[in-house]
Design a binder for this molecule. Structure first.
Ligand SMILES: *Cc1c(COP(=O)(O)O)cnc(C)c1O
Length: 373
């Protein structure tokens, strides 16, 4: 372990605590779905799923069947809701493995029905509608009655057990445009009432982390969360949520360089004065952004420093001029905490105008992970 060039520390105790805090905000009857798609945003889906289900999380979610089957192979037994649709070829496995699938339109529903009928199985489904994100699902805006009839037709298919009605909200971050999120959630509620008037009551869900933190009043029957559970959703700190992930590397070599020395590929950095620099073992090959050249923070001995020159594939160079006690072998924090200092994933993301979820999800699956209990 001490020989690793870089590694990701995933604090499962922190994840469990975040789960308990978020679960505590759910109203009675609301179920928290732990979304672990994309390898749980790079944290390792099986480990995250196991910690969540041990805390009592009753349902998980993945993007597709392959991700869900990976959890089954890891021994995770909780029901799994897929976020994306499957074709007929996935029906048998979904039924056998207790995987709940979204139906994104009547044609998708009919194809699943035909296959489930042929196999003599029943498939658990949630019907997915689109209230303005314009991604998956039956479009609702300005065709509410037609959309309602389509949902009814799907719910009537005898080999599909239609349990839920789901949508996904645009998640506009700008507070001045938050009313657009509210409009979509209100449209979804109104649509649910229209179905209820026709005698169809489905369990409803629309909220991901951003909306659940800002509008707990729209939580309905389920909420689907990842970034809040991982402690990387802005605003989560107010509830006591903490970041689960820390990316660490090691100081591999230290050298003194005279003023005027260029550092790194393309000679984009020239030392303005005599400097001490350190080479650390992390780079864009590990999933960091190459354009984060000069300026990206790192922590050494509890102090902030910055990357100088271009990030390379497996290595980067940091300024150690102001940290004379730094020594080869020291742990270096890319994001996370070191003593009093911390670099948040959000701060990291802001350096290139990205989102915290991207920063962690882009980390390579091959990065060694250390799970703290
Ligand atoms: C990824 C995803 C979520 C979870 O998103 P967070 O913002 O990280 O909580 C919820 N619902 C859907 C449909 C998703 O794709």
């Amino acid at each position: 372990m001490s020989d690793r060039r870089c590694w990701l520390e995933v604090d499962l105790g922190r994840l469990r605590e975040n789960y308990r805090i978020l679960r505590g905000r759910c109203r009675p009857g609301c179920t928290l779905i732990g979304v672990v798609k994309a390898n749980a945003y790079g944290m390792g889906a099986p480990a995250v799923a196991r910690a969540l289900t041990e805390e009592g999380c009753a349902m998980l979610s993945t993007a597709d069947l392959a991700e869900a089957l990976e959890l089954r192979r890891a021994g995770i037994r909780a029901p799994i809701l897929l976020l994306g649709p499957i074709g007929p070829e996935g029906v048998e496995e979904a039924c056998r493995e207790d995987i709940v699938v979204p139906v994104v339109d009547l044609e998708n529903g009919r194809r699943l029905e035909t296959e489930a009928a042929r196999l003599g199985l029943r498939l658990r489904t949630h019907i997915k509608v689109d209230v303005g994100l314009t991604r998956l699902g039956i479009p609702v805006p300005s065709r509410e009655e037609a959309a309602a009839r389509e949902v009814e037709a799907i719910a009537a298919l005898p080999h599909l057990t239609s349990e839920g009605l789901m949508t996904h909200i645009s998640g506009v971050m700008d507070p001045a445009l938050d009313y657009r999120n509210v409009e979509q959630m209100e449209l979804f509620l109104r649509f649910g009432r229209r179905l209820e008037e026709k005698g169809l009551r489905l369990k409803m869900h629309c909220e991901s982390s951003l909306l659940y933190l800002s509008h707990p009043e729209y939580q309905m029957d389920y909420v689907r969360l990842t970034s809040a559970l991982l402690g990387i959703q802005p605003g989560g700190e107010k509830l006591g949520l903490g970041c689960v992930a820390q990316l660490k590397t090691r100081l591999l070599q230290i050298k003194r360089i005279p003023a005027g020395t260029s550092v790194g590929y393309w000679m984009t950095f020239t030392a303005p004065q005599d400097m001490v620099i350190g080479v650390v073992g992390v780079g864009y090959g590990d999933g960091l952004i190459r354009s984060l050249c000069g300026g990206a923070p790192m922590l050494v001995r509890g102090r902030r420093t910055t990357v100088v020159g271009k990030l390379s594939m497996s290595f980067a160079v940091v300024d150690l001029t102001h940290i004379p006690e730094a020594a080869v072998g020291d742990t270096v924090t890319v994001f996370g905490r070191d003593g009093e200092e911390a670099v948040s994933v959000q701060e990291y993301a802001a350096l290139y105008g990205g989102h915290a979820c991207e920063v962690v999800t882009m980390l390579k699956e091959s990065i060694h992970k250390i799970y703290l209990p």
